[in-house]
Design a protein around this ligand. Sequence first.
Ligand SMILES: [Zn+2]
Ligand SMILES: [Zn+2]
Length: 262
Amino acid sequence: MEAAARWYESQELDESICLLREPHVDPFARCNIWLVRGSERNLLIDSGTGLSPLTPVLPGIDGRPLIALATHIHFDHIGALHEFSDRRAHGSEAAAFTTMPDEVTLAHVFRELVRPVTQLPAVGWRAAEYQVQPAPLAMTVADGDCLDLGNRRLIVLHVPGHSKDSIALFEERTGVLFSGDALYDGELIDSFPSSNVNEYCATMERLKQLDVSVGHGGHGPSFSNARKNVLVEEYLAGRREQGCPRPAARVTGAGGLKHEVD
Ligand SMILES: [Zn+2]
Ligand SMILES: [Zn+2]
């Protein structure tokens, strides 16, 4: 318990949303773990690398049922998923959750980092032995599904591109978006084996349409709607020449979009 408490850091964003992170994990593999407390149910969005038990450090969950949702199957988002019983993710990689093969979770990328951690999660821990624990899904989710927490209702958006199973969650009443690795304020990655640039562009066009009050990504700081649109346009501008479909009504040149960053 004490070791776990030292492994994670947490930050209460408001009375219902808590952000947890693993500060001793290499920034590349340090995801944002979001706990959303609802009146009937709690929701955990991603679960980190699994290097230290996560359950003992979840604050204020008060015995209500907890849904543990993975935004996608990459190791840095699903390591502690096995600790929970109500495990959910998009159905397109459902089979892989039962065996967690490296080629899908990318756990080998973590093993091969020069310095994966700055502090050992346990005595005798070795990066070379790192594996993601199998965590068969209790249920799959699909685009348009609603996760009903009682006082909060989050809609599942299938947002492939970074990975084929990437999902985001959008709360229409408040405009809160949890976007996983589909969109965060940092360098987006579309070069993994299950990445697809064309699908990513379609995802970005969809995210552009959302009116977001705040975006909570899979990595990096949270972002405003204006910043979301800059991140979307930056991605699209950089990928247009690779054959991303350009919407017919679009008249803006890619060159003009770059300047919005500064
Ligand atoms: Zn990822
Ligand atoms: Zn990630």
